[in-house]
Design a protein. Structure first.
Length: 447
């Protein structure tokens, strides 16, 4: 149930749950089975036979959300975090009234705006101009309101030269820019944004975060999904953490981020595989172009390891299947510091002289990256795997927290870690490279 609230509370969820059926699709055979079952059921009830009882509730069902409750006040900015499949997108769809909850209820006060999936509400044969009006109307914007803000929307999206081009000629990134620009200029009391911003370039992501900061400063409520913990703690006052469909944390953004990062940091592993099972479907991250199959971490001897000597080089291997020919595919990773979610650096196989810039035919591949010795500070790290096509800004697959590992400090680091600070910590900084120095003495007398 979705209703309205009063006072300073603008959004309230109570016991929200969402159940999806895992039963086979309604093909011809399935329809026949359902008809036969419908005819048998009355006779079974008449005869009192127990074999007509329905299947156990949990056998053919998946609870994407269960017993989620919280309250948000006007002006709250909330970062929603959690692993892939934890229920984040499902919760946003329920809050934005796209799908109803199976149990529990939601109350909202004021107009809601949402940007949850790339291309939602767009028509490929219409121009960008027409789609601004179409998408705006779906967000409950009046035509006069859209016309008044049209130039601002186009300028924000940076699409003025293409605004009268059919949307089917737009890249995925251009569609995201257009969609977010419309949603960001909606005079909504509550704004929802999913991780669709990940397909935009870095400059546009920064622009979107700045826009959400401006929206929040106007006293509006914002909920957005982000795997960028550093951005979440910078932008958000509150944090919400979903784990396996349940609310695992809700409170100050810094506290929730710390708990989430600590949880994700446990149990480092040197290898991870995504299986394809007949009964569970294809679990490999990705879509129709390519899918990620495995991630491996190898130490300087070439063997798998999750505890690495920071003074030695190590290798990161990404194994994946390209399902259809792709031009300009970039497969790489974000190396993330576990303590605060800071992205230390990004690396991608576009530097490979053979496969980087050219077409990549269908087949299986392994992209390997060698990280040099004495580059990183000792500590806990994670790998976020990302594959995209930079020219079109299209994301092909993504796996956050794919692997976690620890770099330890050893004597091979030399004097760089032999002299800690007064409080016993290592020297400050993100990286600890061994750089060449040369000291020369000048002639003359010291003064």
């Amino acid at each position: 149930m979705i209703g309205a609230v009063g006072g300073d509370v603008v959004l309230r969820a109570s016991g929200v749950g969402k159940r999806y059926s895992l039963a086979p699709g309604l093909g011809a055979g399935r329809v026949k089975d359902l008809l036969e079952e419908a005819l048998r059921s009355p006779l079974r009830r008449l005869l009192g036979r127990a074999d007509g009882a329905p299947a156990a509730p949990g056998r053919d069902a998946l609870w994407a959300l269960r017993d989620v409750s919280f309250e948000l006040q006007r002006g709250d900015v909330v970062g929603l975090v959690g692993r892939n499949g934890s229920g984040k997108s499902t919760l946003l769809k329920i809050l934005s009234r796209i799908t109803p909850p199976t149990e529990g209820w939601v109350e909202a006060r004021g107009r809601c705006g949402s940007l949850l999936e790339v291309g939602t509400g767009f028509h490929p044969d219409l121009s960008g101009r027409d789609n601004v009006y179409l998408f705006g109307s779906l967000l409950s914007m009046k035509r006069a309101e859209i016309a008044r803000k049209f130039d601002e929307i186009v300028e924000f999206a940076e699409l003025a030269p293409f605004i009268d081009v059919p949307l089917k000629r737009y890249s995925t990134g251009m569609q995201v820019r257009l969609g977010f620009a419309v949603a960001a200029h909606l005079e909504a009391e509550i704004l929802f944004a999913d991780e669709v911003l990940a397909v935009g370039d870095i400059a546009f992501q920064r622009k979107c975060l700045d826009r959400m900061e401006a929206v929040a400063s106007e006293g509006r409520t914002v909920i957005f999904v982000s795997h960028d913990i550093a951005a979440m703690t910078r932008l958000c006052k509150l944090g919400m953490w979903l784990e396996a469909g349940r609310l695992a944390g809700f409170g100050r953004a810094e506290d929730v981020a710390a708990s989430y990062m600590e949880f994700m940091a446990t149990g480092p592993g040197e290898e991870r595989y995504w299986p394809t099972r007949e009964w569970a479907g294809d679990e490999r991250p990705g879509r129709d172009k390519a899918r990620l199959e495995a991630v491996r971490l190898l130490d300087h001897t070439g063997g798998p390891a999750a505890l690495l000597d920071g003074a030695r080089p190590f290798r990161i291997e990404l194994e994946y299947e390209v399902l259809s020919d792709v031009l300009g595919l970039s497969v790489g990773f974000h190396l993330v510091r576990q303590s605060d979610g800071l992205v230390v650096f990004h690396a991608a196989d576009v530097e490979d002289p053979e496969w980087g810039p050219g077409p990549r035919p269908a087949g299986r591949y392994v992209s390997a990256c060698d990280v040099p010795a004495k580059l990183l500070m000792p500590g806990d790290y994670a790998l976020h795997i990302v594959a995209d096509v930079p020219v079109t800004e299209e994301q092909v697959f993504r796996a956050d927290q794919a692997l976690r590992f620890k770099l330890r400090a050893t004597s091979a680091y030399g004097s760089m870690v032999d002299v800690p600070l007064d409080d016993g910590r290592l020297p400050p900084g993100v990286v600890l490279p061994s750089l060449p120095w040369r000291v020369s003495r000048r002639p003359g007398r010291a003064t």
